[in-house]
Design a protein around this ligand. Structure first.
Ligand code: NDP
Ligand code: 8X3
Length: 251
């Protein structure tokens, strides 16, 4: 309650659901994203419900813009308690030997380097205060590769390694590190993956009841609210008829 929670990629899907759930939990929000208009709309909706919100517009791939944004936070917003590293994406589902160089770069720059940038900018303050929580949005895709997942799966395996590494590096502090690993969540994820082919995206969720952003946000808020001595290190959250990244039973 009343923590300052910074969420990257808060304009859609899991990030937006986290914004709403942390707001309902009584927390203050720093919402970041690239879509200024959408951020402003979300900000006014949440403010109307009584939540204190501050917005920052930058692309997580732009290290200088991210740094400027964090450094220019007003004093009362600087002590970030929870960092939700959510901004991320998959692009394409081609075999590794046919993938797009541009798609690979975008995924690696966003999912790995963007998450690292935010961690590097925010965690030193947490260490200085001996308090804080980093919640990384990994994926079941990081546990094992699935057909065509190659580079996306590699980026989410990196999120696991970076979460585990950070947890070791802050084990002498009161800071907690959580890696949330969702399975199939119906968001804008597949529309983005298939470059706007919405029919193909809809097929991903056919014949199975997928998770929602709210299902993942519930776990994020649970991890944040856990007593100080409890570190929810990693959670795999699957749809009931999904057993792994590649085993999905559809009716
Ligand atoms: P959405 O596409 O609905 O949301 C992604 C969010 O990330 C958007 O707000 C998007 O903003 C933002 N984003 C993407 N790239 C950047 C960037 N370079 N800088 C800043 N913001 C950026 O997808 P999800 O909500 O599903 O995805 C959120 C996270 O969850 C991702 O890390 C994804 O890998 C992970 N995940 C998703 C699963 C799923 O099945 N949906 C399952 C497991 C993990 P913009 O609108 O500007 O692009
Ligand atoms: C998103 C889940 O299985 O589509 O990370 O890769 S999956």
């Amino acid at each position: 309650m009343n923590k300052i929670v910074l969420i990257t990629g808060a304009t859609s899907g899991i990030g937006l659901a986290c914004a709403k759930k942390f707001a309902a939990n009584g927390d203050k929000l720093i919402l970041t994203g690239r879509n200024a208009q959408r951020l402003a709309e979300i900000c006014s909706e949440l403010k109307a419900l009584g939540t204190q919100v501050f917005t920052l517009i930058f692309d997580v791939r732009d290290k200088d813009a991210a740094q400027k944004s964090i450094e220019q936070l007003p004093a009362e917003w600087q002590n970030i308690d929870v960092l939700v590293n959510n901004a991320g994406l998959a692009l394409g589902l081609e075999p590794e030997y046919e993938g797009s160089f541009d798609d690979w770069e975008t995924m690696i720059d966003t999912n790995i380097k963007g998450l690292l940038t935010m961690t590097r900018l925010v965690v030193p303050g947490m260490v200085a205060r001996n308090s804080g929580h980093i919640i990384n949005i990994g994926s079941v895709a990081g546990d094992a590769a699935y057909a065509g997942g190659n580079v996306y799966c590699a980026t989410k395996a990196a999120v696991k390694a970076l979460s585990d590494g950070l947890r070791i590096d802050v084990a002498n502090t009161a800071i907690r590190v959580t890696n949330l690993k969702p399975g199939l969540v119906e968001t804008n994820f597949s529309n983005v993956r298939f470059h706007g082919d919405n029919d193909r995206a809809a097929n991903v969720y056919k014949g199975i009841k997928p998770l929602t952003g709210d299902d993942i946000a519930d776990v994020a808020v649970y991890a944040s609210n856990a007593p100080a001595h409890v570190q929810i290190a990693e959670v795999l959250i699957l749809a009931t008829h999904q057993a792994s990244g590649s085993v999905i039973v559809r009716n």
